[in-house]
Structures are given as C-alpha cells and as structure tokens.
Design a protein around this ligand. Sequence first.
Ligand code: ATP
Ligand code: MG
Length: 363
Amino acid sequence: MARSFNIAVFHGDGIGPEIMAPTCALLAQLAEASDSYDLRFQDAPAGAAHYAKTGDSLPEGSMNTARAADAILLSAMGLPSVRYPDGTEISPQIELRKALTLFAGVRPVTVRTDRHTPLKLPAGREIDFVLVRESTEGLFYTQGRGEVTQDEARETLLITREISEQLFRFAFDLARSRKAAGRGPGKVTCVDKANVFRAFAFFREIFDAEAARNPDLLADHAYVDATALWMVERPWDFDVMVTENMFGDILSDLGAGLMGGLGLAPSADIGANHAVFQPCHGSAPDIAGTGVANPFAMILSAAMMLDWLGLRHENAAMQRDGARLRAAVEDIIAQGTDVTPDLGGRARTDDAAQAVRDRLFAP
Ligand code: ATP
Ligand code: MG
C-alpha cells in the first residue's frame, strides 16, 4: 500500500509562490503515477508579505504544520521593503532552522556541461560534490550578540561534540548513499583550519573518530584556504565536504558560482527529525510578477526532498523519482533551449516546468 507523506509548503515572498506552484504540481504528478507513495501538501503561511498583513512572520499554526510534517518545502522569504521594527530583514527560515535544530546545511554542486559554469571543464570531467555546512553554531554562534566596546569587538567560535558528531555521522551516511547510487567514491573531506585554531583541531579529532567508525568509506582533511583554491582548480576531486558554519557559508556561494548562478543551486537544511528543502536564492523582487523566474533551483530542492524521504523511509520509488526529476532538469540545462532568461534563454517559468514534465511523462 502507498504510504502517505505530509509536506508543509511555505510559498514565501516575491518569486516564491511562482516557483513553488509548478514544483508542487510536478511532485503531485510523480506521486500520482506511483503506487508506492502519496504526497499531501499543507500550506504554511509565513514571510514578509504575511508579516505586513498580520504583524506575524511565522504564525504558530505554520510552525506546528512544519513540526508535524514529514518534510518541509520552502521557497524564498523576505522582501527589502518589509522589515522588523529593529530594521532587520524578515527571515522565518532562520527561525525554523533554530527551532527544528537543522544542523546540516546541504548544498550540492553539480556541473555536467560547460554551458553555464565560468570554469573550463576538461573533456570527460563533471563536477558533482556536496557541501555539508554546520548550521547552528561555529562562528555564527554569537550572531547578533557579539560584544562591542569603543575599542574592541569579540565574537565566540563554538564547536560542540554533540553537534559535530551528528554532523559527521550525517556526512558519512550521505557519502555512503552517494557511493551506492554511483555518484562518488564514498569520500568525506573535513574542511577546517586545524593548524591555527584549537577549536578546529577539536573538530578534526571528532571527525577522525567518526571516520574510524566508517571503514568502508574514505576520509581526508583540507584547510579551508586550500579548499577554496581546489574548488576552482580541481573541483571534480571532491565528493562530500563537511565544514563549520562560516566556512560553509562562504564556500557554498563559491559552489553556486561554479554552477553558473543562483537559479540552479538547490539546498536542504537537515536535522535529526526534520528537514527543510529550499533554493539558495532569495525572493528576487526585481523580477517578481514578470513570469520569468527560473524554477530549477526549487525543483532540484524538491528532488533532494524525495531523495531524503526515500532514504529515510526505505522507499525506493521515491528515491528513483528524485533521481528522475534531477536528470530531467540536468538534461534541459545541457540542451539549453527551454531555459529562463537568467540562463540566457527565452522560456518563461511555466515553459521551463513544462519541459520537465515532458521529459518525465513523455509517452
Ligand atoms: P537574499 O538576501 O534573500 O538572499 P538577495 O538580495 O541575495 O536575496 P536574490 O533574491 O537571490 O538576492 O536575487 C539576486 C539576483 O538574482 C536578482 O537579480 C534576482 O533577480 C536573481 N535571481 C534570484 N533567483 C532567481 C531565479 N530563480 N530566477 C531568475 N533570477 C533569479
Ligand atoms: Mg543573498
């Protein structure tokens, strides 16, 4: 019998609803065609427009919907014109990350053709690695609470054993599932600055202990500065990369740059019991309402959701559909015809989504 999964949907602001609608439609069609799973979508109102209307950017009802769901889909939230009274931007996604302890930020970097990447890919090479960024502590620990006097400023770098162990376990499990899917050699690279900071030597020690528990996988280390260089010089050598919060923040933008832009970069924020899947880009208010937003980062994030749910619930059909959805988008990107203006094409959001549908369901 088909198992049913509840998906909380944050439609968000700006282009958010424009890329979420076709994504949910594709997911619904995949589930419809499958005997093995059903998806039930539950709207979770939140974000800047909702705040402007109600004074609440993340209503308790939406938080409860998210907490109770099997997975959470989120498009972009926030608008430059709407702010909290203290002047900061509306970002319920950060509250969600904290409230649900989503400690692992997952950013796949995939480049299969020369078309959009600023790099020159040597013949026969593809880039396909995943960056796992710790998302609750590290150099962001004192975010907004640093001590600043007239003469000096201090922030704290916090690395805990508990979160690091969970983070590394997640990274090794991910490398194992990628290896099983034929996407990598099963290697995890710990990115740190252990030569300078004791906190990172501690991070590395915890990594080494986890590596010893996973003798079927490869493990190595790299300093963050060298990693930035290698991501440009030989990015095809990476499989799973795991790092601290701030380093991950910076390297993931470098990763999006390698892919050729924000419109192609998906992400997931994953904890022990919850996960949020969302594109790396923001709400793009400059193009909202014009119908040309690129839906691919959102659709690729939905594919990651199918991967994660499928793995977690041992649902092979879901994992297969995640891979099919990703392959359809990669094929369109490689062909370069049904792509939106940000990728140099003339397709509208709905045309790009239709191209995915054609590839998935062509007779
Ligand atoms: P945030 O602070 O929320 O990250 P941001 O100000 O960094 O937002 P984005 O909203 O991501 O910026 O937009 C940056 C640029 O990229 C804008 O010009 C926007 O139009 C473009 N952009 C972002 N996402 C898409 C997309 N899906 N399709 C087309 N263009 C996009
Ligand atoms: Mg941004």
